[in-house]
Design a protein. Structure first.
Length: 289
């Protein structure tokens, strides 16, 4: 059996805490060897039978705890009955991210100074749902990480994407652009309509700070800026960044989805009840990598 490194050893990175039922089960499904310890509540025991048996077989510490004990370990009340201690998440370098996107003609989402973990988690969940390959997180030093609450809100989506991070997103975007990767920014006041826009792959969709949007330096690295047109005439001029991300991500993958699941266009016979238009395919599209 492969021995786990001692997290207390000199130079070792501190273990990460992953809390949330679906988030924790996704770690178990995708990278079980990274799990160092399991803590769970009695109410989810039946959902974790396979994980508990696996932990016993691998001699991974696994304990059933009271709710207050779980809260202390997870550092939150929103633990959903499961908390894992894991090895630190692996992060791609800029060149590795570029290589992957060019090789797969893939798509990624980049976030500039988006700080709310609930927004980050919702965006990661949407990116995973729509089959994106990666997420690039940009924020001032120290290196931006993936907050535990974001991992929980992503409902397992954090294990579906590759992650990269940078303290200078505009510079990183310039390096990706130099590799032939299209950079498209989402801005509420952009002239180009996001609906129907052709996202040339490989592509990175960039979204900015919840209130301030994209910085001027980031905009300068974009091949295009697109906006979601507002239908209302009221005072609401923009969407929450996580909602905007979902709308834009649907457009990023639209051509791929329509190409893989064409909806036949046929008129209903006279006198027959009208059939509703075909909806988008259920579930996640096939992975490209």
């Amino acid at each position: 059996m492969k021995q786990k490194p001692d997290p207390r050893a000199p130079g070792a990175q501190a273990p990460e805490v992953v809390h949330g039922l679906r988030a924790g089960l996704a770690v178990f499904a995708r990278r079980p060897d990274d799990i160092l310890a399991v803590s769970y509540g009695r109410e989810v025991r039946r959902d974790l039978e396979t994980l508990i048996r696996w932990a016993a077989a691998r001699r991974v510490p696994c304990h059933e705890l009271r709710d207050d004990e779980l809260e202390r370990i997870a550092h939150t009340k929103n633990h959903e009955g499961l908390s894992l201690h894991t090895r630190p998440r692996a992060w791609l370098g800029t060149n590795e991210l570029a290589d992957m996107l060019v090789r797969t003609r893939g798509a990624a989402i980049a976030l500039e100074r988006v700080r709310n973990p609930y927004n980050i988690g919702a965006i990661v969940r949407s990116a995973a749902f729509f089959g994106l390959d990666a997420a690039l997180l940009g924020a001032p030093a120290p290196h931006p990480g993936l907050p535990p609450d974001a991992v929980r809100v992503a409902e397992g989506g954090a294990e579906e994407l590759a992650f990269a991070r940078t303290t200078d997103l505009p510079d990183t975007l310039a390096r990706l652009r130099a590799r032939g990767i299209s950079i498209v920014g989402g801005e509420s006041d952009a002239a180009a309509n996001a609906f129907g826009y052709s996202f040339k792959r490989p592509v990175v969709l960039v979204l900015g700070h919840e209130r301030e949007g994209l910085s001027e330096r980031a905009k300068a690295q974009c091949d295009a800026l697109v906006a979601i047109p507002a239908a209302g005439a009221g005072t609401v001029g923009s969407l929450n960044v996580s909602i905007a991300a979902s709308v834009l991500l649907a457009e990023v993958v639209r051509e791929n989805l329509l190409g893989k699941n064409p909806a036949p266009a046929s008129a209903a016979p006279a006198g027959s009840p009208a059939r509703p238009p075909a909806g988008p395919p259920r579930g996640r599209p096939p992975r490209r990598r």
